[in-house]
Design a binder for this molecule. Structure first.
Ligand code: NI
Length: 174
């Protein structure tokens, strides 16, 4: 187990599309375990492989994120390999959506209310499920990462420009 370094915007691997996983080998399994440890340490409720510098279509998410009030629930995560959204409906606004790769920023983002996701689990078994609410937002946010898309790409141009200016200034000040 290891805690991995989480890359932040404007790191290149965050902005490029990831490739499909062909074989779920021990290497991939180890990566998902390390991603789980990294996500809970951050802490976060979802993490995509490109955020740790691996441009492969793998995401993990906190399976207890839907019930944040249940403090006694043990923290657990699931990994999805090659996840895809095959259907989407409705509309909600994620309040203060944030990302471990987008420092010091959050914004309301328009998202689908319900999505249908297909993926392989870590054993290679095919999955198909509907996600709603918080889970639907996590799925859209993390799967976007696999296409090189960050939540700041889904806010207004004005807000995005302001964020980029702030980051550029911060990097220049270093
Ligand atoms: Ni993110």
């Amino acid at each position: 187990m290891a805690i991995l370094k989480i890359l932040t915007y404007p790191e290149k691997s965050l902005l490029q599309p990831s490739v499909k996983v062909e074989t779920i080998d021990e290497h991939i399994k180890q990566l998902t375990h390390d991603m789980g440890e990294t996500m809970f340490a951050a802490p976060g409720i979802g993490l995509a492989a490109p955020q740790v510098g691996v441009n492969k279509r793998i995401i993990i998410y906190d399976t207890t994120a839907e019930n944040p009030d249940d403090e006694n629930a043990a923290k657990e995560f699931s990994a999805l390999i090659n996840p895809e959204i095959i259907a989407a409906s409705g509309s909600i606004v994620s309040e203060k959506e944030a990302c471990l790769s987008v420092e010091d920023y959050s914004a309301d983002v328009k998202r689908y209310e319900t999505v249908t996701v297909t993926a392989l689990d870590i054993e290679g078994k095919k999955l198909e499920f509907d996600a709603q609410g918080v889970l639907a937002i996590i799925m859209q946010h993390e799967i976007d990462h696999l296409d090189g898309i960050l939540f700041i790409d889904r806010i207004s141009l004005l807000k995005r420009t302001m964020y980029k200016k702030k980051i550029t200034k911060k990097l220049n000040d270093k």
